[in-house]
Design a protein around this ligand. Structure first.
Ligand code: BUP
Length: 459
């Protein structure tokens, strides 16, 4: 943007794993880049901006009514309102914001000179073309996933793609291959006959035409795939600026977007170093009753200290969290069940946390790496199988404990793995500590993400 008008429109996608890192980026731009910023949200998303708006009162909001969609219950605006697999109708509904945005833009005395929007909002590329301003595609996923996603969407209509149970991505460095059921949910759900799906496919591919792309990753983590992106998209268009939750932190290490949860931290203060396993499956996934019971039993058998973020289970009979009767009393001296939102970043950074039982969402991956904590991985859907491959095979900082959205782990084995992961030093733990140093180094002055951020801001 020119030195005189640095007004940027930021448009996050309404899922926590997409929003939080984009808000971290916005926080950084507002603190360091001298930008005027407007964030576009729908009414129910506005409260999620509260910590950011409190820190930067100069940030403006553009609140547009959420467009209706036949597959969405009234009032659902965030992916967590509708449980698993809600992305398709939300993405489709949000496309209808094109005209209201054009209207707002046309009547603004000093309209934005650029748009930064989530890669799930690929249609904003057409919007930006229409407004004749550049658009930056924001990716809260690994560079490997960007390649896999683009390859899938290019090949999805071919017979070979349709009929093969395993897809080998020969055009991607190291030619990774994945079973079809391990590919991103949007790809798996694709319906050729549905015109909405074809629009979505075009949307996702439109990202490749963006003026620039910003990926929440860092070079020493993702170099081969990031470099390959640079080769495909052209030098000076791809910026690896992560981990963004570290970039978003102030000098005192406080990150206003990732507020801490003091009660749990006080409990962790009383625990020995590396003695607690933190259990969380992200903001979207609802487990089944059987899965919750197996986890509870595994945690009980492990004898380990734990913090477990539990959510409502995936059932229609009421709003139970599926925790077996008596479990809380039996483990009350060594475990905490969290029934709301906690600051995952603050928990993972506590010295008492020695392992992270995770669904391997990309933010969770980056947050575990940036805090040097090994992962006990249970990938379930979306990009999680791809992330688990990176964690286990490429970086060696994780072990797999289970796989699949409907699988139920064997509780005896689960308990053993949890106990072992906390009680002994392992190569995964050592590698996790080493990767933490790389992550922290990347965001320091002259680190790779710091340099890419500077290059992005002054592009
Ligand atoms: Br739950 C929970 N506190 O209690 P992922 C999540 N988080 O800070 P997902 C909390 O949400 P997508 C909680 O730190 C991470 O930044 C967590 O993102 C934070 O998984 C984010 O790990 C979750 O990518 O992501 O939710 O499945 O929305 O991308 O599907």
């Amino acid at each position: 943007p020119s030195a005189t008008n640095r007004h940027v429109l930021v448009f996050p996608y309404p899922a926590q794993g997409h929003m939080l890192p984009l808000l971290d980026l916005t926080n950084h731009l507002a603190s360091h880049g001298g930008f005027t910023i407007t964030i576009l949200v729908t009414p129910k998303i506005l409260p999620l901006l509260h910590p950011l708006l409190q820190t930067h009162p100069s940030i403006q909001t553009l609140v547009l009514p959420f467009p209706s969609h036949p597959k969405l219950p009234v009032g659902a605006e965030h992916v967590s309102h509708i449980g698993n697999h809600g992305n398709f109708p939300i993405m489709t509904a949000l496309r209808q914001l094109h005209d209201p945005i054009v209207e707002w833009f046309s009547s603004h005395p000093s309209p934005p000179v650029a748009i930064i929007s989530d890669f799930f909002l690929g249609w904003t590329q057409c919007l930006a073309d229409h407004l004749q301003i550049p658009r930056v595609a924001f990716y809260s996923v690994s560079s490997l996933l960007v390649h896999v996603m683009n390859s899938c969407w290019v090949h999805i209509k071919t017979d070979c793609f349709r009929s093969s149970p395993v897809i080998e991505f020969t055009e991607i460095p190291k030619s990774p291959s994945f079973k079809k059921e391990q590919l991103p949910s949007l790809v798996k759900q694709y319906q050729d006959s549905d015109p909405d799906w074809n629009l979505l496919r075009d949307d996702v591919l439109a990202n490749t035409c963006s003026w620039a792309c910003v990926v929440d990753t860092f070079e020493n983590l993702d170099l081969e795939y990031l470099d390959h992106l640079r080769k495909l998209w052209g030098e000076g268009r791809v910026f690896g600026v992560g981990p963004l939750h570290l970039i978003g932190a102030a000098k005192d290490g406080r990150n206003p977007i990732r507020e801490s949860s003091s009660e749990i931290l006080t409990w962790l203060d009383k625990c020995p170093d590396d003695s607690v396993v933190y259990v969380c499956f992200g903001s979207q996934k609802q487990l089944s009753r059987q899965q919750v019971e197996a986890l509870a039993s595994g945690l009980e058998k492990s004898g380990a200290r734990f913090v477990w973020v539990v959510k409502t289970i995936h059932e229609t009979d009421g709003r139970s969290n599926g925790i077996p009767v008596g479990f809380e009393d039996r483990v009350s001296n060594r475990g905490i069940l969290v029934k709301g939102w906690v600051s995952q970043v603050a928990i993972l950074n506590h010295r008492a946390v020695g392992g992270f039982l995770s669904h391997c969402g990309w933010n969770s991956v980056l947050e575990s790496i940036a805090s040097g904590v090994m992962v006990l991985g249970w990938p379930m859907e979306a990009d999680q199988f791809i992330n688990a491959r990176l964690l286990v095979e490429d970086w060696g900082v994780a072990v797999r404990i289970c796989e699949g959205a409907n699988s139920v782990p064997e509780s005896e084995e689960l308990g053993k793995v949890i106990a072992e992961s906390l009680s002994r030093d392992s190569s995964e733990k050592m590698k996790a500590k080493a990767l933490k140093r790389e992550a922290v180094g990347a965001v320091r002055p002259n680190g790779s993400s710091w340099k890419d951020m500077q290059a992005f801001i002054y592009k």
